[in-house]
Ligand binder design. Structure first.
Ligand SMILES: NC(=O)c1ccc[n+]([C@@H]2O[C@H](COP(=O)([O-])OP(=O)(O)OC[C@H]3O[C@@H](n4cnc5c(N)ncnc54)[C@H](OP(=O)(O)O)[C@@H]3O)[C@@H](O)[C@H]2O)c1
Length: 298
């Protein structure tokens, strides 16, 4: 770095408070203890398989005990140390038990992947109240409550990674997916707030925002239900790409990753600068697809 630039930067840091610029200074342990919620299927399962190859210690959480046990056997056979803890993320007592089981077995928690989630594409006023509440509790409240229990442990360690599985739907609420989009937008804001507060403690938070992901995740059900994929210009990603992004986020601790091809960040930037035109553009490419997804689920 040029010496003049360094001087200007350190003056700026002093004037606004150095802690704002602090990133994680603790070194990343080689073998991480990782909790993955929603581990029994789809993206969560792929995340576990990928992290197991790096010999990290895994804690598999989801409601389906049988699927977790099956995954545990598979991962243990490959030499990975892991436990499965059947958990409903919408139940705060269950989350406490998940954290206790992790600390009892491994003594620390390095990474929390808040991946469990459900979607609910429907006409907004046709969505039953219990489904609205369940979506919020699973996708947002569960992640917040679990993170609240994990952060004090990470603070003591001086190191932690919180990875929140948001969605491109959190960057622009989809038609017929307003509630789902709201939970994912909530996760993105939650991530940003956590970073602001926890970076000086050596804890990072990352929001992962995939577009529709093919290859073994919930999007496959939507394709089967509608009989069609996403429009070409809306594109998507793969479940494998999303799992790879989680591994990268653990390494880098970066703030946000939007995973889609074609790239969506320029689209959201355009929408921010030209809100009405941007909204028209987004609706032109997505409205019919989301309406089809909503009516296919009736
Ligand atoms: N697939 C996509 O295109 C896409 C795009 C953007 C974002 N995402 C997000 O990525 C995450 C994973 O999605 P996916 O496609 O892999 O979905 P999936 O195949 O349906 O898997 C969802 C996982 O969440 C678990 N889960 C659901 N409710 C739960 C609860 N109350 N408590 C604990 N676990 C619960 C499920 O396990 P049990 O049923 O056994 O509990 C399952 O393991 C979600 O947060 C989703 O919103 C997905």
């Amino acid at each position: 770095m040029l010496p003049e630039f360094q001087t200007i930067l350190s003056r700026f840091q002093r004037s606004v408070g150095a802690s704002v610029f602090m990133t994680n200074s603790a070194s990343v342990p080689e073998k991480l203890t990782v909790i993955v919620t929603g581990a029994s299927a789809g993206i969560g399962r792929l995340i576990c398989q990928r992290l197991a190859r790096k010999q990290h210690r895994l804690v598999l959480a989801a409601r389906s005990a049988d699927k977790l046990a099956e995954l545990q056997s598979e991962l243990e056979a490959s030499g990975c140390e892991c436990i499965s803890v059947p958990t409903d993320v919408a139940d705060p007592n269950g989350l406490e038990a998940l954290v206790k089981a992790t600390v009892d077995r491994f003594g620390r928690i390095d990474v929390l992947v808040n991946n469990a989630g459900i979607e609910c594409f429907s006409e907004f006023d046709q969505l039953p109240l219990d489904q609205i509440l369940q979506t919020i509790e699973t996708n947002l409240t569960g992640a917040i409550v679990l993170t609240r229990q994990v952060v004090p442990i990470m603070r003591k360690q001086g190191f932690g990674r919180i990875i929140n599985m948001a969605s491109a739907a959190g960057k622009h609420g989809p038609a017929f997916g307003a509630v789902y989009g709201a939970t994912k937008a909530g996760l993105i804001a939650f991530t940003q707030g956590l970073r602001g507060e926890l970076l000086p403690a050596g804890i990072t938070a990352t929001a992962i925002c995939p577009g529709f992901a093919t290859g073994g995740a919930v999007y496959d059900d939507i394709i089967n239900a509608t009989g069609k994929g996403t429009p070409t210009l809306m594109g998507g990603t793969t479940a494998e790409n999303v799992a790879a992004a989680v591994e990268k986020a653990i390494r880098t601790g970066q703030p946000e990753m939007i995973l889609n091809f074609p790239a969506l960040r320029p689209v959201f930037l355009f929408r921010d600068v030209f809100p009405r035109l941007g909204e028209k553009l987004i609706l032109a490419f997505t409205f019919r697809f989301f309406r089809r997804a909503a009516s296919a689920k009736k």
